[in-house]
Design a protein around this ligand. Structure first.
Ligand code: ADP
Ligand code: MG
Length: 250
């Protein structure tokens, strides 16, 4: 059965988009059909995948506001992408006045859900309507969390939001787990924070192996490639592949 995973954390810069891109690639490499949905008006995922945001025919705006079929670009290094650009920020404002706004993304995915084994939604760094609509559309939510002391700020709010969506908007939503990100093994604060994340959240959901901090992720994104294609021998690939194996089992 198809799984739709919202990659969610209202904090910015925690590695959501990098995780969406790379996890998507590793799932596709393991012969799964994968769709990535860029639901962040900043369009980092679209850019990381080498798509010119200015030249898009359509974005999720058209699906959410005009109820058109979701616009999809096929087969970018084996992955399909619903690309976006800054016009999506207008959708967040216009959605407020529309009926059934929370279910519009879910409805736009319904006709294509069976075409994919995995649909990953890259959420914006906010608790606004675009994130909410992603959580309503999702079967699972995966939370990247930075191994930095400030990671705990806002995490209660994040968990409350997931609980609220489960109660009111999507009873099926499962917390797939936490992915500690940007982890520097040589940094004592990172080590302490990782331990605290494991202790505090490990009782709630799985805490996966941390993704190491390395500039190779940013360099790969600059070259518009997943890390596996930018540096096929990089040591972080083992962790990403291990994570893909866990996500396959959801
Ligand atoms: P978000 O989507 O949560 O805002 P991004 O994935 O865009 O976060 O990552 C923010 C910045 O951190 C980007 O410049 C990205 O290249 C970099 N980054 C992401 N993951 C890592 C990592 N594991 N190590 C080092 N830098 C990373
Ligand atoms: Mg992002």
């Amino acid at each position: 059965m198809s799984k739709t995973i919202a990659i969610f954390n209202q904090a910015g810069g925690v590695g959501k988009t990098t995780l969406t891109h790379n996890l998507g690639y590793h799932l596709a490499k393991r012969s799964h059909s994968v769709l990535l949905v860029d639901l962040d008006p900043q369009a980092s995922l679209t850019t990381f995948m080498g798509v010119d945001t200015e030249s898009l025919e359509k974005t999720p705006f058209d699906a959410l506001i005009n109820e058109e079929p979701l616009f999809i670009l096929k087969d970018i290094e084996g992955i399909d992408l619903a690309p976006t650009n800054i016009t999506l920020s207008v959708a967040e404002i216009q959605l407020v006045n529309l009926d059934f706004r929370e279910v519009r993304l879910k409805e736009s995915l319904e006709p294509i859900r069976d075409d994919y084994d995995f649909i990953l939604i890259d959420c914006p760094p906010s608790l606004g309507l675009l994130s909410y609509t992603s959580l309503v559309a999702a079967t699972h939510v995966l939370v990247p969390i930075e191994t930095h002391f400030k990671a705990f700020q806002g995490t209660n709010l994040l968990l409350q939001t997931i609980a609220k969506v489960r109660k009111r908007g999507n009873r099926q939503l499962q917390l797939a787990g936490f992915v500690p990100s940007r982890y520097a093994v040589s940094n004592s604060q990172d080590k302490r924070t990782l331990k605290a994340i494991q202790e505090q959240f490990g009782t709630v959901a799985p805490v996966y192996e941390p993704i190491p901090r390395t500039t190779a992720f940013a360099d790969a994104s600059e070259q518009q490639l997943p890390l596996a294609l930018y540096d096929p021998k990089h040591s972080a690939l083992k962790i990403l592949d291990g994570l893909a194996t866990q996500i396959e089992k959801l």
